[in-house]
Design a protein around this ligand. Sequence first.
Ligand SMILES: Nc1ncnc2c1ncn2[C@@H]1O[C@H](COP(=O)(O)OP(=O)(O)OP(=O)(O)O)[C@@H](O)[C@H]1O
Ligand SMILES: [Mg+2]
Length: 291
Amino acid sequence: MVNRMVMNVAIDMPAGLMETENEKNTSVYPEVSVGVPLVASPKMSMRNVDVFYGEKQAIYNVNVDIGQNEVIAMIGPSGCGKSTFLRSINRMNDTVDSCKVTGQLTLDGEDIYAAKMDPVALRARVGMVFQKPNPFPKTIYDNVAYGPRLHGLASRRAELDEIVETSLTRAGLWTEVKDRLDQPGTGLSGGQQQRLCIARAIAISPEVILMDEPCSALDPIATAKIEELIAELSKNYTIAIVTHSMQQAARVSHRTAYFHLGHLVEVNETEKVFTAPEHQLTEAYITGRFG
Ligand SMILES: Nc1ncnc2c1ncn2[C@@H]1O[C@H](COP(=O)(O)OP(=O)(O)OP(=O)(O)O)[C@@H](O)[C@H]1O
Ligand SMILES: [Mg+2]
């Protein structure tokens, strides 16, 4: 199937591939029809999203829904805006002075950029796991207990203990660390640290988890554990994952969104994206023509 697709790739490179980042030529990009969410009411909905760093535009008119309990993968060449877009949907870009986000972005229908929306409360609802595991310089226990303490989620120590155990269990780390909870989180292996960061993210019961290349610093075994975990977590959470690994996107996601130079070129069922992509640019990327 893949070989046949490679042979079918048009010889002429689409104009978009020649384009530099500063020359906007939207004519080569289809108006992306909004991806069909897997549930009637999407968990998050993004419409006409533009993102700028100062004068420079990084995201152009992106429209996409993320369905409840869906795992959506975001793929595309380096610099195409995946992290920028992901960071816009929990207002992490607020921390970048030059960054401006426009458009309508909602969580359960609530405008996440509304004046009354508290970004700290929003980030508790839309948690994030980063590329490089970044445990706090605290014990394993305190890493996981940090968020629940901050948000006052436990009134007694026993309750906090339970949240810590449940979160570590869900993150697939409990049996490995239950006898060393008072040791520093930074003393764990890279893969364990990333699972600790996932436990820390889920300890405050977020509704959505954003993951920006969560496995890029991990070996194949640790990666496989995180991928299993994503499948498990998707029963309770909505997940958006940025990945450079097309195999990973194919393994973990229900739908895949392909970004190119700040445009969302295609969003479809993952199987369709990898076997019968709609857009030439997606096809060129997944068949390894560039990226
Ligand atoms: N803080 C920033 N200030 C200015 N420009 C930025 C900033 N962060 C990102 N950019 C620019 O925005 C564009 C999109 O970058 P982004 O990091 O979102 O891409 P990406 O798809 O996540 O890339 P990668 O796969 O390499 O992580 C790039 O041109 C990048 O240089
Ligand atoms: Mg990135």
